[in-house]
Write a new protein. Structure first.
Length: 283
């Protein structure tokens, strides 16, 4: 399993990093579009669609994102778009976690399918807009999610249940603790401070999300990165409850050793659109 994980990670990095570093954002946006289409296919399977319908969903995701691309939306980060999207993620995410695994099954199938498709397409748009702003900006958002996850894991292992004695969401993801959440938030705060220092030291051409927020207000920076770390946990929990409802461990086996695309991007689904909301608000 570990060998598979390492090989898959190397292959993904070998494809994604050159596309990310390419002067034009088009190659990277195209690769992410293919991943989003794969995620839409997985979404269809998780919602019990047959093979043909799942492939159709992937095609629809491709067409929607291609239409947004053609219409020039990658160059148009807008408060009027991302503020409602951010509010929707907060409200719907909290509602789904409160309802739990049983509540997911009670939502009408077409609504579940459409909601997931919308979330995936908006994530592609947010990632694409972040790449157009700059590589430094996009990486500052992506790394926040990864650091929040890694810091939460180690904090949970070291301090889990030592202070709260209560797990975060035992019916959805038994391994998560409040101590892990706090550790993840601490990790992203340190990340933000270090990244701002790096922006200043190397005179970054495209400022990171953290530098943009700090240029407005340090309190805003702190609240924003803690909020994004919390929402990355929401994305993880939402996918976990959906998989539990579907009775599967992974969203697919597309990425050997890692599960499926949705297993890798679940925390990004709310976080990147919310980061674009913050960017639009302070731009």
């Amino acid at each position: 399993m570990l060998k598979q994980r390492i090989i898959t990670a190397i292959v993904l990095l070998a494809v994604l990093l050159p596309a990310l570093a390419y002067p034009s954002p088009e190659p990277f946006c195209l690769l992410i579009l293919l991943l989003i289409a794969a995620g839409a296919w997985e979404w269809g399977r998780l919602n019990k669609l047959n093979a043909g319908a799942s492939w159709t969903l992937a095609l629809v995701a491709l067409l929607i994102c291609a239409g947004l691309w053609q219409a020039g939306w990658l160059e148009k980060p807008s408060v009027s778009l991302w503020l409602p999207v951010g509010a929707l993620w907060v409200l719907v995410g909290a509602s789904l976690i409160k309802r739990g695994v049983e509540g997911w099954a009670k939502i009408a199938g077409p609504l579940r399918v459409a909601g997931g498709l919308l979330a995936l397409c908006l994530t592609w748009l947010a990632v694409g807009q972040a790449r157009v702003i700059g590589i430094n900006f996009l990486l500052s958002v992506l790394v926040l999610v990864w650091v929040a996850d890694i810091a939460a894991y180690f904090a949970g292992r070291a301090f889990g249940l030592r202070f709260t004695k209560v797990k975060l969401a035992p019916a959805i993801s038994p391994g998560k603790s409040w101590e892990g959440v706090w550790g993840g938030m601490t990790g992203v705060l340190l990340l933000a401070l270090g990244w701002i220092w790096g922006d200043q030291a190397w005179q970054a051409v495209s400022p990171s999300l953290y530098s943009r927020l700090a240029s407005v207000n340090v309190i805003l920076l702190i609240l924003a990165v803690v909020f994004l770390a919390a929402m990355s946990v929401v994305g993880d929990l939402v996918e976990s409850l959906i998989k539990r409802s579907a009775g599967v461990k992974d969203s697919s086996n597309l990425l050997p050793g890692h599960g499926g695309v949705l297993d890798r991007v679940d925390a990004l689904l709310p976080t990147v659109p919310l980061a674009m909301m913050l960017y639009a608000l302070v731009a």
